[in-house]
Design a protein. Sequence first.
Length: 201
Amino acid sequence: MKRNTLNKILDTGTVLFAECGFENVTIMQLAQTANINCAAISYYFGGKENLYQKVLRSQFLPALQALRETEADSRLTATEQLLAYVKIITAVQHKQPYLTVLWQYEMNRHATVQNRSIIEEYTAQLYQHIVSTLCYGISQKEFLPDLELYHTAFVLLEIIHAPYVPAFLLSEVGLSCTDPRKNYTLQAVRHYLQGIRYIPL
């Protein structure tokens, strides 16, 4: 019973926080949507902020794990490392459809919040990974030698977590795509990396 209630609150919180934003969700709304007593949220999570942090952790721990797995493989070229991460993270995003929405929301909310969240930890680690991979690519003459590392890393970070056009909208305009998130992100990163390749004159 306890596990069912915990999961029900967590699932409800994930949807409401992603669709409405943390500040716009009330304890009453969470309780009514989950069909539970308001006191259960405080009892199991200690309040709305703790529930929100738990939602973020459940969404972003798989993304952090994916990043660590990619970092561990030193046999890959810089391009292969970046594309390997994109393939893994799009699989995670497919399983966790609210991950990108929550990332975008937290990036906009960050300036007004004191709490360090797992999203900040994830974003900092991903940014560092991209910068070090770009440095490695430059040292191997894979990328342009005068590449502006920090701006390039930021653009790649944004591409990886960019919103995309949902499949139902594509079908309304006569296009067919089984997994638009995967195709969009992988194609966008491939095109971007192609643009920064070092080609000797």
